[in-house]
Design a protein around this ligand. Sequence first.
Ligand SMILES: [Fe+2]
Length: 232
Amino acid sequence: MQLGGDGGGRFQVGRHRSTVRAGGLFVLSDPSCDTGLEGFLDGLQRSHRIVSGFSLRVRVPAEYVIENVFDADHFAPVHGLDRRPRLSVHPAEGGPLRVEGDLDMARPNRWQAAEPEGDPARARFRALVFSPNLVATELGPPEEPNVVITAATPACDGTSTVRVTVAVPRTRAGGPLTVREVASLVSGSRTAFEQDVVIWEHLDTSVVPRYTEGDDLVRAYRAYCRQFGAGR
Ligand SMILES: [Fe+2]
């Protein structure tokens, strides 16, 4: 909202496009950085039920939270996956940066911190990164995935607030998810974030990163971030 536009020393704030969708308020601070979030959320609201998740304050800049989905090396040691996932990144002109791959897991719920049991299961993983502040992660079959929306809002002191929302299919071959299954998805997501927080809060983000051969996806993400004026 603009309170005064004559440059005469009056206080002003910028006017930005905003929308309330899927249980959240989203602000587009630069129209040239529109990557199609509104259309995605419209489709998601039609096909999925939106469930409020949780929020966390973390001592790391927001772009590191979203970078998490590109860091193939961390899934096994931090989240206990059986092995490093095979991930690929696909830039979309004017759209979100897409990460796709499979996660090998040996636990009934993909984010649970329970002891592994049974044969490893393979789960499809797809993440749509709309900005350095927002990622929608799809887990499960492409026709009826569960979706975890992670928004990281930066603060002036270098911390960020992570807000997680879960979307579950309205219809599903095996019937709609039960309350217990939805609660498990939310609590499992929270467990995963708490595992990541231990790493994030011990990062020294002041050093210039030295990327290695396995960091191709992270480098692609950082290049994507630069169009938003973030990352390096
Ligand atoms: Fe993680």
